[in-house]
Design a protein around this ligand. Sequence first.
Ligand code: CU
Length: 174
Amino acid sequence: MGTIGKAVRTVVWGTAIALMASPGIAAAAEQGGMGGMKMEGHDHAAHGGHDMKNGEKIFSGKVGPWTAEARLIDMKAQMEQSGVSAATAARFAGKRHLMLFLTDPATGKPAAGVSGKVVVTGPDKASSSKVTLVVMGEHIGADVGMPTPGKYTFKAEIESADKKGSATFSYTLK
Ligand SMILES: [Cu+2]
């Protein structure tokens, strides 16, 4: 009985990963790159299924020459929605996935060749962490630890081969 239960969980988990990973791989394939492989190598499964409409918009405005939108995904909530066990979803507690969509205002298309870093300062102000945003289909993103309620400030520095920009925005975690 226990063995069967474990096997079933494994199958469900594997399916969840495949389902969540596929939109990202499709997006990468559309761009003609091998981004899908990179996404699979990312150390968490929750980030594969997001797109423009997922998560909560926490910023929109200009970042240097680009039009930008930042979104935050509650990874535990996303895992719960995907139907994994409560124990599996609990492993994502206190984690958010930060996404930055950068658009070239002249063409309306996602900016190419952008990368960046974000310094995240938490509610206690004494501690901050720096994350590197990596290319994920049409956005650049990273997981950030947001374990306690309060105000978090994000200071983003974005650059491409010949342009750069920065923005600061904040989010209050309830
Ligand atoms: Cu992402």
